[in-house]
Write a protein that binds this ligand. Sequence first.
Ligand code: ADP
Ligand code: ZN
Ligand code: ZN
Length: 752
Amino acid sequence: MVINMSGGLRTLYANIIVDISHESVDRTFQYIVPSELAAGVRVGSAVLVPFGKGNREHKGYVLKLTDVPEWAPEKMKSILSVIENETGVEADAIRLAAWMRERYGSTMIAALKTVLPVKRKVADKMKRTVVRMGTADEAGRAAERYEAKHQCAKARLMKQLVQHESLPYELVTAKLHVGLPTIRTLEKAGDVRMVTEREYRSAVPRAERRERQYPLSEEQRQAAARVADAVRAGSGEHFLLHGITGSGKTEVYMEIAEQVVQSGKQAIILIPEISLTYQTVMRFYERFGERVAVVHSRLSLGERYDACERAKNGLADVVIGPRSALFTPFERVGVIMIDEEHEPSYKSENMPRYHARDAAFELASYHHASVVLGSATPSLEAYRMAEEGRLSLLRLTKRLTGGMLPNVSVTDMREELKQGNRSMFSDRLSRLLMDRLEKGEQSMLFLNRRGMAGFVSCRACGYVMRCPHCDVSLTQHRGGRLVCHYCGYEQASPPGCPQCGSKYILGFKAGTQQVEDAVKRLLPNARVLRMDADTTRGKESYDEILSSFMNEEADILVGTQMIVKGHDFPKVTLVGILAADLSLNANDYRAGERTFDLLTQAAGRAGRGKRAGEVVIQTYQPEHYSIRYAAGQDYEGFYREEIAYREFLRYPPMGHMLAVQVYASDEEAAARLAQEIKRRTEPLVKEREVLVMGPAPATVRKVKDIFREVLYYKHRDHEPLLLLREETERYLEEKSDREETVLFDMDPMNLI
Ligand code: ADP
Ligand code: ZN
Ligand code: ZN
């Protein structure tokens, strides 16, 4: 009898990193895993290894386990021991990366690069501050003087310096959009001076901290107390802060952060990049002074690294920033708060495609910390968790600015057309726009989805002009150029239809540009500002447009979804929503949720000040439930209807979904590989009763000449999907010479 011993004797090797930094994750060393340790060594484990010439004991982390030696095994050293229950920021980072790899599918190296900060040696830079020279009153008079001369940037800065004796230079340039030359001119005029950090520290002790101007409401106080108590107790209780727009959620986050800091722990606050406006950032500076680190994408790598160092060295205990701020190296995380948690931007689009919400729960578990999800329109995921008791529900039901919820009306554009109204605005909206202009109040016009409406089609045969590389319709811009919004391809408008030759090949005119034009025709005296991806292309202009609308330099702001996100314009008393139903037609199971969110958030922009607000929703589908519930500001009603639909089709959160995306320059190759993957996983699919959709070409079949084929798996539980992914990964490893790229997306936010 021949006994095959090879299975039992196979040696296991571990790729280990000994220097935990972003730069060295590609540099691993292979060690033998002694058989007596094999059971205890996992990807992410901390181990002791002999290192270097003297074989000094060194701590390392396991990034990969394999039975393939990378070099001569007889010369390889062995792992000495496994370090159990390793703690600290490094161990957290490795553990989080290992979790990401497992959950979302990527290499350990890609996952580590996501969670570790990039080191960039920066020349010691002096921290600069802009300080006002005179008194607050003098600054106010200077502001008026500059305003009269239409020197907006100067006026903007001086206005802020009425309230604050000094401002960080970065804040002034990046968020207030006042450049260095302007500051220099003001310096010459004797209005301000620039100081470097050292001088600043002795001259002006710190940015003056201002206490809250108002007491917290009872609801706010209770919500904050519940969370702070849980954090102090280290209970690991998690919360959903469901507060209508304008109910003061930001104030609650700050109160929680303050109490958490007082109890000796640290707070992470995630905010969508787009909401990190000057106003928001300033509120945090005022409250936490230098103890807060603000991270945003406009920071240079060096600045970002500095922020991480400050956190690591205990110089900051509150961090606020977008998704990636989650990876701030804090030793004592007490609370992680996610504002506008329903925002799709919390899901990463790069590998690993993690969702910040799930990563936050994972990280919190290492510290017995609490997670707070905040939103006026919670994601179905969050509300479902609250229903199941996995999140404690905290409600904020009142608006605190004195304003009431706006009065919402829905106008049916089909009826308007029947009445002979061919303009972009319903009669009601036109009348209200005029009324606001007369009263000197501000209005916002929100056009649902840019691009989608700008396509050019033939009125005779229906032919649509498409990008030759991306298979999406081209958008017509001023001057008649046709542009692809995926790849930037441009061409001139054709003189006739390429298919039938008809002259009537025209743009479907409903971009923000056309809205602006229509407003100007209706109200020639109105000052109109427009904000969309075109007008904000320059890095600076986004905040600039917002600041100038805030300062009442315009009467009407026209824009896409960009204008609806969390901005507080007290003077806005009218919001018009055009083409409310356009986003319902998107080919995506979240279309109903997106539409409801957008409409609710947009409506919430009205009446944030003392005066009541009015909202007009224009639509061709007034009977759709997303529109009906948004008009009624009825989240619960919407949730009931939407969750029933998700349950029925087993879409998240009533199940999980794994997308396998195959990319290739050859369409057939992509389709073939997708089919092969499907065939390979068939036994598992049968055994675990997984639902399969596809493979099929993606909705947008190709982008930049790369074809995209997608396969979806659905199941109530995660586990079978993880097994399917592993099986696919094994299969792909066998076919390592392939040219196609395969990416995984667990619970995708967008179906491609
Ligand atoms: P949300 O994030 O819930 O939409 P914000 O936190 O932006 O709301 O607050 C909306 C407005 O209410 C802000 O102008 C804020 O200054 C104000 N506010 C917050 N809390 C209070 C309070 N307790 N009393 C009075 N005004 C408040
Ligand atoms: Zn035609
Ligand atoms: Zn293109």
